[in-house]
Ligand binder design. Structure first.
Ligand code: DAT
Ligand code: MG
Length: 150
């Protein structure tokens, strides 16, 4: 099983889409193992988006992500990193596949609703950045034998 870091960004929270986005991940069979609702500090935003520091959109990205609370989560499942990226859709909502969160709920790359780790390596680093080890809950879901061939 793989774990990935997922964030519902300020627009997703403000627009009341938290439940619908979580439902998509749950319905797909992914399992939540950590969650926290927080107002992201300037420092955390800069650490999270450090790789984009030299991009022209960087300042707006930091402003966006610190503008209002977010829901940060860790989700688990088989190949969870790629599966969650697929559920969220391409970075630019107008290029995202129909049925994906970014397609179905958005149009603007600067309001693309969610973040999801893009590699197993980055998932591990992002989970470490956002959560303490004791905030991640290992648990068994009884219906999993009906979702996964075991
Ligand atoms: P993703 O969030 O799909 O992993 P990314 O890591 O390339 O995409 O970029 C991080 C965020 O930065 C993205 O969710 C929205 C913003 N962003 C990326 N490219 C952008 C652009 N060309 N103009 C404005 N914002 C952009
Ligand atoms: Mg990214």
């Amino acid at each position: 099983m793989q774990r990935t870091f997922v964030m519902i960004k300020p627009d997703g929270v403000q627009r009341g889409l938290v439940g619908r986005i979580i439902t998509r991940l749950e319905e797909r069979g992914l399992k939540m193992v950590a969650a926290k609702f927080l107002w992201v500090s300037q420092e955390l935003a800069e650490l999270h988006y450090a790789i984009h520091k030299n991009q022209p959109f960087y300042n707006n990205l930091i402003k966006y992500i610190t503008s209002s609370p977010v829901l940060a989560m860790v989700w688990e499942g088989p190949e969870a990193v790629a599966a969650v990226r697929q559920t969220m859709g391409a970075t630019r909502p107008r290029e995202a596949a129909p049925g994906s969160v970014r397609h179905d709920f958005g149009l603007d790359v600067g309001r693309n609703l969610t973040h999801a780790s893009d590699s197993v390596e980055n998932a591990e680093a992002e989970i470490r950045l956002w959560f303490k080890p004791e905030e991640i809950v290992s648990w068994q879901r009884d219906i999993d034998r009906w979702t996964f061939e075991m």
